[in-house]
Structure formats: structure tokens, C-alpha cells
Design a protein around this ligand. Sequence first.
Ligand SMILES: [Zn+2]
Length: 317
Amino acid sequence: MVQRIEKIELSTNFPIGPVNVYLVFGEKLTLIDAGIQTEQAWNELIAGLRLFGLTVQDIEQIVLTHHHNDHMGLLQWILEKNPVPVYAHKDTETYLADEAYMKWSGEFFDRLFVEFGLTEEVAEKWAYRKRDRDVLAGLKIEKGLQEGDGIPGLPGWEVIETKGHSQDHISLYHAGEQIFICGDHVIDDIHVGIFLDAPLPGEQRAKPLIQYIANLKKCLKLPIKITYSGHGPDIYDISRFIHAQFERTEYRVQRVKNVLEKGNATGLDIVKKMYPERYKKGLITFVFEIISVLDLLMERNEIFAEKQNGVYVYSLI
Ligand SMILES: [Zn+2]
């Protein structure tokens, strides 16, 4: 059976522009992702469904690619009108709805940001933002998904874990028709951002850029004819994107090394040297980028870190 997939674009107030949600007309009518929680996006969703002769009541299940708020924002309003099962990565419920994890996450980032070189005050301000933004108390994920799982109501589709952009990121793959629905794992012509999530209690922090590179390589091995991304146009040649992403990553790696060639530096020093003006606006995006690049350089044995007065100072080996 040929898979019918339709895209609906929903506005966001993020620099990346609109987010794509998808309708997959499987055994069950499935909505992939759920936009941002604004009246405008809600109206666009209703209008988009109407184009296909549908309403919110016709949606039979929802799959989330990851927990970021431009991908799950309208979930609450949809479920209020039509309480359908929601499927997502097995850890998504924790990231979205577990109060104890939110508290731990704030404490974790507070510590991490101080070690990176931020002042206590700035660290605290940024560390607790995530909790305030994302908590969705009471959300129940019907079934937590992992690599290789099938998806109820969508025969022929399987879950490909694509951690890196977030720690609960999944993509959906239809091997028969070589279709890939990939959330923010790949976005045409855009350097995909790497975000950190606090580890689950008892676990070590993941090294997201290292995971991301491994998961891009995994995708290079999948036969894929068309990729439906969480943002921007459909992608017909995913390998071209993946190689471009590798190049953009190596460019950033080299820039960090260039800073360290001039002398030892804290993470924050590196951010300021690389983005002297821009860093003030989107500080945490840059902090995450540099932490993930430093992880990669540590893994490659090109740098080492020494803690001085509670802050890590990095040097080239
Ligand atoms: Zn995202």
C-alpha cells in the first residue's frame, strides 16, 4: 500500500521559521508532531486539516519525534478535544512531565554552567528556564518507543533512534517505500543545533554531538528516497545534507581549536571569542554548541580539561 503523507506547516516565533507536522494515513490516521502552543498555530492546524476534509476529531493517534516545544506545543489542546494515544521515545514522558526530573535538571544545568564559566547568577537564570517552559503535567505516553520498535496503527514503519538534537529524538522509517520522517535530525541547508538534556537520575551526561555524528552515519546506511523534516522542504538527497552537516561541524571544531591555539580558555571564553556580539542574545545555544564540540575534541584526544576554582579550563594537547 502506498503511504499517503501530508504536510501541514505551522508558524513559530523561532528564528528557524515554521515547523512541519505530518499526517500519515496508515491503519490509524496519525499526526506526527504537534507544533507550538499559539492561537495562530492552532488555527493553522485546523485549517490544514480542513484542506484534507478532516478535523481534530479525526486524528486517531499522535507520534512525537522529540520533546522540544515547537514539536509538542499543541498536544494539550488536541488531547483536550480528542484524547487519543500519544507515542514517543521511552524517555519523552520524563522530559515533559516528571516534576522531580525538572528539578534535578535545573540543578544539573546550574552546576554545568558554572563549570563552563558562567557566573552563579547567570547560570541560575538559564538553568531553570527549561523547567518553566516545558512541563506538561499529567501527560501519559501510551507506549515508550525504542530503536527497531514498530508503531501501533502504522504497519511497515519502524523507529530509528536519532539522539543528538535531543536525548529522546526518534525518526520513523518505512523500509518498503524508503520514506524517512526525521523531526529535527536533518533539516535542509541548516546546521542542526545540538541541545543538552540533563541525564536521567543515576546516568552520565550524554555527549550529544558524538551521538549525533554516529546517528547521521547510521542514516547514511539506510536506503532513503524521501525525507520529511521537522522544518523546511522535503529532502531528496539526505546524504548530501549529512555530508554538509559533517563539514559544518568540522568548521566549528576548527574554530574552537583556533581559539585554544592562542591560549587556554574556559568554555565561556571560547563562546565570547567565537561569537563576540551574538552570544549575548542566544547564550545557551552557544554554550550547548561549545560543550558538544569540546566533548568531541576530548574524545579525539586533542584537548584536555583542568578544573580551576570550580571552572574547567581547556588546553590543546
Ligand atoms: Zn528540536
